[in-house]
Design a protein around this ligand. Structure first.
Ligand code: ZN
Length: 276
């Protein structure tokens, strides 16, 4: 196992690469808000490192936390969340990965922990912006692709952190159910959502079980704030005002079904019913 200090150095180097390559949301209010939500969860977690959150201007629904507390949240995640508790739930899951040091563990296991070659591997060569967008974070994501056990652990810890911070832990599950429903309607944005954290029926069921058996019902939960709505609206305005950048549309687009596809059946799995 690598030391916490070495882990932070590693994370910082990766974070610098991400910030160089990705388009960041610089708006101070949006950053302050997302950081505030993150810090509330961090204070209620086992994390041993301070967290700093940056927002990536990307409508894909995703978030990832690098070792050492360097946390990136896509604008798409904030826009897709229906309320603050959903945003908090997903962030708590990512914070749990860092608290449990999953990336460090898998790096240790794979023995490919090579700081010098990492940045090259990541975005190597004189790739253009479009190409980078395409390959994007493929390599760091492969470092952040955890096994089933790690995902389960992050789910359970994340639910506990969100709950301890006062949020309704059930919103984490509701968020993924809503995403799956959207996936069925073939919203292209969601197709790539959480490529590193596939939410399977098994995980949803486990999360529901965890909530029902291990988190005693509270009288009141924090579900959302007016600030969440304001920030979401602000982010939406920011996205539309710079909707074209280098010929690439930033605004979400609906993928239309090809006329030939109309008889094709959805290949998605069964829908889970919530026990009430
Ligand atoms: Zn995960």
């Amino acid at each position: 196992m690598y030391s916490l200090e070495r882990e932070q150095t590693w994370g910082r180097q990766l974070a610098e690469q991400v910030e160089k390559q990705a388009r960041m949301v610089k708006d101070a209010e949006v950053n302050a808000y997302v950081n505030r939500v993150a810090q509330l969860i961090v204070r209620n977690s086992d994390a041993q490192v301070p967290f700093s959150v940056r927002i990536i201007d990307d409508t894909t629904v995703n978030a990832f936390a690098l070792p050492g507390g360097f946390f990136f949240v896509n604008s798409g995640l904030v826009l897709a969340a229906e309320n603050e508790a959903q945003l908090a739930g997903v962030m708590a899951h990512e914070i749990a990965h860092v608290a449990a040091r999953h990336a460090t563990r898998s790096a240790t296991r794979m023995e490919i922990f090579n700081l010098a070659s990492f940045p090259l591997l990541m975005f190597g060569g004189p790739a253009g912006y479009a190409a980078r967008q395409l390959v994007g974070f493929a390599v760091p994501m492969s470092y952040l692709k955890f096994g089933r056990d790690a995902e389960r652990e992050a789910d359970l810890l994340g639910l506990q952190y969100a709950y301890a911070a006062g949020y309704d832990p059930a919103e984490f599950v509701h968020f993924f159910e809503a995403l799956r429903a959207q996936q069925k309607r073939k919203l292209s944005l969601v197709a790539r959502a959480f490529a590193t954290h596939p939410m399977t029926d098994d995980r949803i069921q486990r999360a529901q079980q965890e909530i029902a058996t291990r988190l005693p019902q509270k009288d009141e939960y924090l579900v959302t704030t007016s600030e969440f709505d304001e920030i979401k609206a602000r982010l939406r305005r920011l996205e539309t005002s710079q909707s074209v950048d280098g010929g690439q549309a930033v605004a979400p687009t609906l993928r239309r079904r090809h006329p030939d596809d109309k008889n094709r059946k959805d290949e998605d799995g069964p829908v889970l019913r919530k026990p009430n």
